[in-house]
Unconditional design. Structure first.
Length: 176
């Protein structure tokens, strides 16, 4: 019998948009202890984030969550880790109280070269994106800053995620 080699190339299609939120150093350490994924909880309803996630998921695209560490001091938050979102649950608890849980795959460290929070660009408004697609105008983007990241920000997916998520996975069998 002849052996054969199967090389399966898996390409994840990434959404052009991602979500970014802040965590404390202590919360990040706790998330990293889990190893193979985890979940982020917030008492703010991430309703627009859930809509984006479900829309992108139905189109076959993955959405990333980027965590920025904020130490509570005067310095800007720094991008620390990112992961692919597996699910976003938003529930009403009682009289205007909400709970959001974002489940994600294992965290990947952000290269220090991209750690500045201004490495991310906020998603442009739908009207601006439509205009850019129809007319030959210059694109204008606003860099993310600490004022726009709470409770989360919808940003353009950065190149470092597009590159890592598009990596080839080699599942080779043995033999010739």
């Amino acid at each position: 019998m002849y052996g054969f080699t199967v090389v399966e190339e898996i390409r994840m299609t990434m959404s052009p948009y991602c979500l970014c939120t802040t965590v404390t150093p202590k919360s990040l350490a706790s998330l990293l202890e889990g190893g193979n994924g985890g979940s982020y909880r917030d008492d703010h309803p991430w309703l627009a984030a859930r809509e984006l996630f479900l829309s992108e998921q139905s189109a076959g695209r993955r959405v990333a969550l980027i965590l920025a560490v904020e130490d509570g001091g005067t310095s800007d938050a720094m991008l620390s880790h990112w992961a692919l979102i597996e699910d976003i649950d938003v529930v009403t608890l009682h009289r205007g109280a909400w709970a959001t849980r974002v489940r994600f795959a294992s965290l990947t460290e952000v290269n220090p070269i991209w750690s500045g929070i201004d490495s991310l660009m906020l998603k442009a408004g739908d009207d601006q994106l439509r205009r850019e697609s129809l007319e030959p105008i210059r694109q204008h983007r606003q860099a993310l800053d600490s004022r726009h990241v709470h409770p989360y920000a919808v940003c353009e997916t950065p190149a470092f995620i597009q590159t890592n998520a598009g990596a080839t996975n080699d599942s080779s069998g043995m033999g010739d």
